[in-house]
Design a protein around this ligand. Structure first.
Ligand SMILES: Cc1cc2nc3c(=O)[nH]c(=O)nc-3n(C[C@H](O)[C@H](O)[C@H](O)COP(=O)(O)OP(=O)(O)OC[C@H]3O[C@@H](n4cnc5c(N)ncnc54)[C@H](O)[C@@H]3O)c2cc1C
Length: 409
């Protein structure tokens, strides 16, 4: 196994650390002020201006679209392992840094899909403006009426009539769709209800302004109204040309799988960045406060939290880097077990550390005065997003059971 940082990754890391230290982290209070002002003016999903400034800066420094190795000429050629280290750094400011680098979900996954499976016309119309950071996009798979962790339940219908697909159904948790810059959705639905179960679904591109598409409401996360939003969307006889099909009819499930491999490494590395920031805040707060005659950092229980946090972060990071290295060397399919494992290990680990950091801060930890409360809400959702823990555990158990000779008797 070889997953130390390459020279190229080190060079990008230096640039990214400087950008985070001098630009992103000092801009956090400005971001929150601008968001507050936008909310008061009735525009909670408009992007604060400070992010556009950071985007300009990041682009000028070459810190742009780093998740996609060969999107630009000349290609930057970063591997999944190289990018993993960079994604971790962006996790220190999860609301701002990924977007500033044009590396935020769900656009990264959508861009990967268009890059891998889109035709030339689709790339020109949607991938190019996404890569420029001019528009955003959404991925609409989950539905309120069915258990969507089982993708074969997805029931939105996509019927071919002549040269068009006609879409009917209700989606929710379409991240990004509340942002006025969101111009297109990748919608997953049933095109072939009688095919074998993994060939029933397809993905089609649906422009946001297509007649029949309406946003029902925004969904909050523990009461937080995220800037890009999570939309419930109704599709009533929404018509798009058949040319909007991505890949082949019936390939939706296969594309969904391809979309999630590197994406899970990105999510997990950002979560490790969040855990590192929480640990750093736990250390600094415990050094500042005295209770019952000694510094909080002299209390055994807090020392134990700090020590366990360091151990847990190191273990989790090694597993994610091993997974990234496997994706680079043998591909996402062969790394299925590890991809499922990191999706369970990392959010649990980060949730525990952020929880301890909150506890160390006392009441301040649950307030808006530190990033911890928002980080806690965000990390809790990661145990559900892109498949709940239980589904990944089931997949790992199945692979393990198959691989053990004793279980084949
Ligand atoms: C913040 C956030 C952002 C999201 N963004 C998007 C997005 O952009 N696009 C999109 O399409 N979706 C998105 N989602 C939805 C997310 O991917 C789904 O919620 C997830 O796949 C689970 O589906 P479900 O909510 O229908 O839960 P269900 O499928 O109803 O499952 C509920 C629970 O049942 C249990 N369960 C399910 N299967 C098993 C099993 N095999 N064994 C044991 N227990 C099991 C699990 O505990 C699970 O949590 C987002 C969700 C959140 C919270």
């Amino acid at each position: 196994m070889e997953f130390s940082n390459s020279l190229k990754a080190e060079e990008y890391l230096d640039r990214l650390r400087t950008f985070m230290e001098h630009k992103v982290l000092p801009s956090e209070p400005i971001y929150h002020e601008q968001r507050e002002a936008l909310k008061i003016s009735g525009q909670p999903h408009v992007l604060p201006a400070v992010i556009e400034e950071l985007k300009e800066y990041a682009r000028a420094k070459g810190l742009w679209n780093l998740f996609l190795p060969d999107a630009h000429e000349p290609a930057h050629g970063l591997t999944v392992t190289d990018y993993a280290a960079l994604a971790e750094i962006t996790g220190w400011s999860p609301e701002m840094a990924p977007e500033a680098l044009n590396c935020s979900a769900p656009d990264t996954g959508n861009m990967e899909v268009l890059h891998l499976f889109g035709n030339e016309a689709q790339k020109r119309q949607w991938l190019e403006p996404l890569l420029r950071g001019d528009i955003r996009s959404g991925f609409a798979m989950t539905e309120p009426d069915v258990a969507s962790s089982d993708a074969s339940n997805i029931s939105t219908s996509i019927n071919r009539i002549g040269d068009e697909f006609v879409i009917n159904g209700r989606k929710w948790w379409t991240t990004g769709a509340m942002d006025p810059r969101c111009h297109v959705l990748i919608v997953m639905g049933l095109t072939d209800p009688n095919a074998e179960s993994y060939r029933r679904q397809s993905m089609v591109l649906v422009p946001m302004d297509t007649p029949g598409l309406s946003i029902v409401r925004n969904l909050t996360v523990f009461g937080y109204e995220d800037q890009h939003g999570h939309a419930e969307i109704l599709f009533e006889n929404v018509k798009v040309p058949v040319a909007n099909l991505i890949g082949e009819q019936g390939s939706g499930f296969e594309i969904a799988q391809a979309r999630l491999g590197p994406g899970r490494v990105h999510h997990c590395m950002r979560a490790i960045g969040m855990a590192e920031r929480a640990l750093s805040l736990m250390v600094s707060r415990s050094a500042e406060r005295t209770a019952f005659g000694k510094g909080l950092n002299q209390q055994g229980v807090i020392q134990e939290w700090i020590a366990n946090a360091r151990i847990d972060i190191e273990q989790a990071r090694l597993l994610v880097l091993k997974t990234a290295w496997l994706i680079d060397t043998v591909g996402a399919k062969a790394a299925r077990k590890e991809i499922a494992a990191i999706k369970v290990v990392v959010p649990r680990m980060a949730e525990r550390i952020i929880d301890h950091a909150i506890q160390t801060h006392g009441a301040a930890g649950v307030s808006q005065d530190t990033p911890l409360a928002a980080m806690f809400a965000g990390i809790r959702t990661l145990r559900i997003v892109d498949g709940p823990d239980e589904v990944h555990l089931r997949d790992i158990a199945r692979i393990e059971l198959k691989s053990q000779p004793s279980s084949r008797k």
